[in-house]
Design a binder for this molecule. Structure first.
Ligand SMILES: Cc1ncc(C[n+]2csc(CCOP(=O)(O)OP(=O)(O)O)c2C)c(N)n1
Ligand SMILES: [Mg+2]
Length: 644
């Protein structure tokens, strides 16, 4: 057996550089690179290996990018994976202790969103000779626990390589999970600091090029027969399109299915853009942040066809969206776990393959023309509301303070002045809901709102990941002031790597989203405003804070444009788009009035209200809450099986 002597760190780098993914005959590198922050634990292990690689090959096969915050670097990797339809990702290396645990939030985000990322936290000595070392957790009841055990519940595969001999199986299992559309999520291989630097004689075949085929599992014929029968029997069928439509590249198959049958489509956050804006069957967002069109159809639907959705509470409006007494679900999903939700008839398969099979099985079937007309009417009514939000009437704009815009105006300007292929990125606050309702998506990869984990701080590093994955598109990162303050750090990474992202920083002096939620739940916007503590009341309702986020962004090296009117915003968007492709980040700072809301969704979201309270506001809110609760449906009835 021929062997090669390398450290564990060097072996990891050489192995990762030789991994490929393949789907539909197209091959790409599984790892676009490695992103990291060095400290003790990885600086001399993986760090040395990455240096050696950079010096030998200019980092060609596994380039290294230095991030500013470990949570953020996982966001970058995950966003890259999403933009690449899960066919590519990054490895993330972090130092012992806090460097590694900073990645936990990123791990959760990846796993919740079913997006692949390889995490390589560093561990304290496997030999324990000199322990406890700096940043080592000691618990008296178990000597083998480290902080990296916290990755276990957040990872779809976890291993700790305590001896070099364990590395090959750890790596092969990691690749298996990363490239499996059912299993994928965060994959963690913890590498103790001494092990990373230890040399070993590796069989050379470990480093052979490997191609991991990303599967398109085919549906069972009988499942297609039953699903088609359920749909043929429906009067008011409705599709819920989730992220699985995008990851499978099933947009054309969905379109063909809708055009044949006339069945309308409501989209989840991850599924938005499954049908382009303006398609006759595209009813836009569904659920708690949905359009009135999709939600009206949801209320009446007798058969709901979920495609690649995990049916989160936002999608089902906390089980109140579907009100037909006999509503049944047909669920196309690559994961049996999701296909079985809401007691649906499971079609466990790749979305594109299943939709094609179902289209063939539904030959000759179409919904009643009156139902198609109703879709058109509902959509016209909703789209007029979008237009009014993009271009608010004078009575709304006249009431605004000088230099302040509505959030709808900001979204409208960016939508209208961006190219159809440009990508909008967002994650938390009031903008994801507004984007879900209002954004007109014109390209399958142009909408990137992380709403599985809705993590404040994802926006800027996520935008970097999207741009790195797809450098031909402009990337508009929409970020609130609260979310900006969580993670402005990666602007510096964008400056260093000359990554052009256009950040629209929406200043509204606090948490508009949570403030509105708090108010609607009887908690009076408590603790959601960035204001001085008023000496008279002792509460946070004094003057606005003298915080200058534009200066902050400028200090980090970004080009900053401050705007105070619609015309200035429009010009800034044009200037930002015209800025050099390798010129780094451009930040547009705009102030908005949180008092002007997006149009209502006619939908509810279940957030529990205190059952007893000393406050009238809370008691009133509880009454409303209890009334809504009565409209929740269990969705446990099985879908009838046809005679086989
Ligand atoms: C990391 C993280 N912490 C807390 C939350 C809960 N949360 C959701 S939105 C929000 C406020 C967001 O504020 P901002 O970014 O200014 O957006 P706005 O609500 O003002 O539109 C908070 C605290 C979260 N989603 N993520
Ligand atoms: Mg805010």
């Amino acid at each position: 057996m021929s062997t090669v002597r390398l450290t564990v760190g060097q072996a990891v780098v050489r192995f990762l550089a030789n991994q490929w993914s393949e789907r539909d005959g197209r091959r790409q590198k599984l790892f676009a690179g490695c992103v990291g922050i060095f400290g003790h634990g990885n600086v001399a292990g993986l760090g040395q290996a990455l240096l050696q690689h950079e010096l030998a090959e200019s980092g060609a096969r596994l380039p290294y990018v230095l991030a500013r915050n470990e949570q953020a670097m996982v966001h970058t990797a995950v966003a890259y994976a999403r933009q690449s339809d899960r066919l590519q990702t990054w490895a993330c290396t972090a130092s012992v202790g806090p460097g590694s645990t900073n990645m936990l939030t990123g791990a959760a985000l990846a796993t919740v969103n079913r997006l692949p990322v390889l995490l390589l936290p560093s561990g304290t000595f496997a030999t324990r000779v000199a322990g406890p070392v700096l940043q080592e957790l000691e618990v008296p009841y178990a000597a083998d626990i480290t902080v990296n055990d916290a990755f276990r519940p957040l990872s779809r595969f976890f291993d700790r390589v305590n001896r070099p001999e364990q590395l090959p199986t750890a790596l092969l299992n990691a690749m298996r999970v990363l490239t499996d559309p059912v299993e994928t999520g965060a994959v963690t291989i913890a590498l103790p600091q001494d092990v990373q630097a230890e040399a070993f004689d590796w069989p050379v075949e470990l480093f052979a090029e490997r191609v991991w085929r990303v599967a398109r599992p085919l549906p069972e014929a009988v499942d297609i027969v039953e699903a088609a029968a359920a749909i043929r029997a429906a009067q008011r069928p409705l599709i819920v399109a989730g992220g699985g439509v995008h990851y499978s590249g099933a947009e054309d198959a969905l379109r063909a299915f809708c055009e044949l049958t006339g069945i309308p489509v409501g989209e989840t956050q991850a599924g938005k853009g499954a049908l382009p804006h303006g398609h006759p069957q595209a009813m836009g967002a569904i659920g708690a942040t949905g359009t009135t069109a999709a939600n009206a159809l949801a209320r009446e639907a007798d058969v709901v066809i979920g495609v690649g959705t995990r049916y989160s509470d936002f999608t089902t409006a906390s089980h109140t969206a579907f009100q037909h007494p006999d509503v049944r679900f047909v669920n196309i999903n690559v994961a049996r776990f999701d296909a079985g939700k809401l007691a649906g008839l499971p079609v466990v398969a790749d979305a594109r393959e299943a939709l094609a099979a179902l289209t063939a099985a539904l030959d000759g079937f179409a919904v009643d023309p009156a139902y198609v007309d109703r879709q058109a009417t509902l959509w016209r009514e909703w789209d007029a509301q979008v237009e009014a939000a993009y271009h608010p009437p004078a009575d709304v704009t006249d009431a605004l303070a000088d230099g302040v815009l509505t959030q709808g105006t900001v979204l409208g300007c960016v939508n209208e002045l961006s190219d159809p292929r440009d990508v909008v990125v967002c994650a938390a606050g009031s903008m994801p809901g507004d984007l879900h309702k209002l954004w007109r998506v014109r390209d399958r990869k142009a909408y990137h709102v992380e709403y599985g984990y809705s993590c404040m701080g994802y926006e800027i590093p996520g935008g970097i990941g999207v741009r790195l994955a797809d450098p031909d598109r402009d990337v508009f990162v929409l970020v609130g002031d609260g979310s900006y303050l969580m993670m402005p750090t990666e602007l510096v990474t964008a400056v260093q790597e000359r990554v052009k992202i256009i950040v629209v920083l929406v200043q509204n002096h606090g948490f508009h989203s949570i403030g509105s939620l708090s108010e609607s739940l009887g908690s009076q916007r408590f603790g959601t405003r960035y204001r001085f503590r008023d000496p008279a009341t002792g509460r946070l309702d004094g003057e606005k804070l003298p915080v200058d986020l534009a200066a902050n962004a400028r200090s980090l090296g970004a080009t900053v444009i401050e705007v105070h009117s619609r015309a200035e915003l429009e010009q800034a968007i044009k200037d930002a788009k015209a800025a050099p492709a390798d010129g780094g980040p451009v930040v547009i700072h705009v102030e908005t009035d949180p008092g002007v809301h997006a149009p209502d969704s006619d939908a509810w979201w279940d957030v529990p209200v205190s059952q007893v309270s000393e406050l009238d506001s809370t008691r009133r809110a509880y009454g409303t809450y209890a009334a809504h609760r009565t409209t929740q449906r269990p969705h446990l009835a099985p879908t009838e099986r046809t005679d086989r």
